[in-house]
Design a protein around this ligand. Sequence first.
Ligand SMILES: [Zn+2]
Length: 277
Amino acid sequence: MKLAIKFVLHLIFVLVLTIGTQIGGLVYLVSIFVRNFVLKKNLLKLNKRFLFIIIYILTYLFFSFIIVPPVAKSLGRTPLPVFSNENIKPLNIMTCVLNRHYVTPKLKESIINSAEEFNGLHPNSVVSYLDANFPFFDGFPLAPHLSHNDGKKLDLAFFYKDQNKKELNNSAPSLIGYGVFEEPKAEEYNMPKNCEEKGFWQYGIIERFVPQWNKDKMIFDLQRTKDLIHILSKNKSISKIFIEPHLKTRMKLNNEKIRFHGCRAVRHDDHIHLQIN
Ligand SMILES: [Zn+2]
């Protein structure tokens, strides 16, 4: 019985880590093997759990930085720049630690070119990316984004100003970039309300899990966000861009690539979603 419970617990850990980081479950199994080897050979005298945590972290980092990038490259995906490009950076470094920043080379080239063009218009402004895709396997979704499963999808953060109208960079009211919404104004079309009234309860649910304390401290930067979306929409490789309809109207954007994503998805008044064919 005890063994069965242990097995189920291991299975749950493997599943959760695989869903969250793709390689985490495999690293978990490798770490158990390494820990047992260390204990058997009496190489280190440490508490069994503490030893496992250290081995897990080291193995995870080894896989993430040494093994995954070349293997992903050979299978057609490449990581977005982490520190190497001044025009585009992750909003939150955890996106990269969790291996959620992989795209196809074509998407990488497109977004780097667009970020460079944007930088020409707004020097010193940094395009911040959010979730992209995992390194391996078409069809393996990057939870909770079901469509981010082929290396061809990428989310970007909006731009914001502080209360003194100073432009902020690499900063958003939500630490993860999602879940703090730029709400429809009274006179604007309210798609989130419309979707929720139709029964799509998931549409704005993330707001309940994300702290809202910066919502009033950061002001949506319409001009820079609009300029970025305009540049993205001109990029020939980019086929679709999703934002909430009230923001498309507010920003006076009319390129046909900029679309509504449907009530089955989630709100897009906290980030930009883009994809290539
Ligand atoms: Zn997306």
